[in-house]
Write a protein that binds this ligand. Sequence first.
Ligand SMILES: [Zn+2]
Length: 262
Amino acid sequence: MLSSGIHILTITASKKTKKIYLLVSKQTMCLNLRPWLRGFSELFFPRNCKGCNSSLLHNETYLCRRCISNLPRTGFETWNENPVFQTFWGRAPIEFASSIYYYRKGELIQQLIHSLKYRNNREAGLFLGRIAGRQLIKSKLYLKPDYIVPVPLHPKKLRSRGYNQSELIACGLSETLGVPVSNELMMKIKHTASQTRKSHYERWENVDGIFKTREQQAFENTHILLIDDVITTGATLEACCNALLATPWVRVSILTIGYASR
Ligand SMILES: [Zn+2]
């Protein structure tokens, strides 16, 4: 019996849905059970940090505060002519560009992005989008966009992966920034081979003309925040930008989670 005099008749826990089911006396229907249900749920299904495996505190999700603070922040969002912005000098006339973390091999940030792209870890994308949004919104250089547009995948790739990793990041960002995601109006019209082993010129050649906007009018006179997981040479983002910049009066900014320095 609870202190409020409510009788719990049965408690069942489902590992699959991660929910606790309570069969209680009729009175409980009027009570807000959520706060203690959550605590109760954590008793049965403790949540651990995906970085260090320690137990997460009540207000932490996915990563503990310590692991978040150990991620290699770039601070580029507070610096107008940062290295990501400079990547596009002479290539695409953008408003602003930034990456939130240095993308380094063997580090947690690489593991998170790798599991998002190749191991169906969709939660990582939403989480990274949310924390990126929290950093971006604090910057004095932040200009609220009208739409968040994830770099699209070719339909063939989307079918084999089952989701677009950049769209998940965009959804996390959208929650924090309060800006809608538009994933219908940009499309990838050519299936391209992986960029990983290509030279700078080959990467550019590989992606030239691969993106197209569906309805240019929808983007007219708007500011778009273009999202990708990692920037390396910027060839993919440049191709995407150029497709968007064909729209009259459009302004484009770029944000990625990782910055792979060359
Ligand atoms: Zn941790």
